[in-house]
Design a protein around this ligand. Structure first.
Ligand SMILES: [Zn+2]
Length: 158
């Protein structure tokens, strides 16, 4: 699938394949074509979200009436990938959500702290778009959006 955007990381397929909403060490992340894309090999937090779409102008308008000129993950990732998707379903690393018995979904403050790390092993060649989420209006980022540090290492024979 190299060179196309027809295959992409899919939280819903990842949920299906793993029969779980949980991502932690050993979890394989799958593409929309049910092929393994990444494996989690280190995870200081083991609390990530697979339910929510990337934040967007429309989302900020819906909840806070402030989408105009608000930075957002949808635009950031589209810009990074050179795409123009109208929705992106990412895996929201470090986002703390839980589903209650009545089906309500709660976004809680992240359990992560500065310096916590997550390591993914890519199982396919891939293009990665990453955005440090800009939601400061809710508990998503504890009201304090901070940067991410990303390193990519090439491993022989991987
Ligand atoms: Zn966001």
């Amino acid at each position: 699938m190299e060179g196309t955007h027809d295959e992409f990381l899919s939280p819903s397929v990842t949920i299906d394949c793993n029969e779980s909403l949980h991502i932690g060490v050993g979890t394989v992340l799958y593409s929309n074509l049910y092929r393994p894309m990444f494996k989690v090999v280190h995870d200081d937090v083991q609390c990530h979200d697979v339910l929510f779409p990337a934040c967007s102008k429309a989302m900020y308008d819906f909840f806070y009436q402030n989408g105009t000129d608000h930075s957002n993950c949808l635009d950031n990732i589209n810009r990074a990938l050179g795409t123009n998707r109208n929705i992106i379903q990412p895996i929201n690393f470090f986002m703390n959500t839980r589903v209650e018995e009545n089906g309500k979904i709660v976004i809680a403050k992240p359990l992560s702290k500065a310096g916590d790390q997550l390591t993914l092993r890519a199982l396919e060649n891939c293009i990665i778009g990453i955005s440090a989420c800009s939601v400061s209006e809710a508990d998503t980022n504890s009201g304090n959006c901070t940067s991410l540090e990303v390193t990519i290492d090439e491993i022989e024979g991987n």
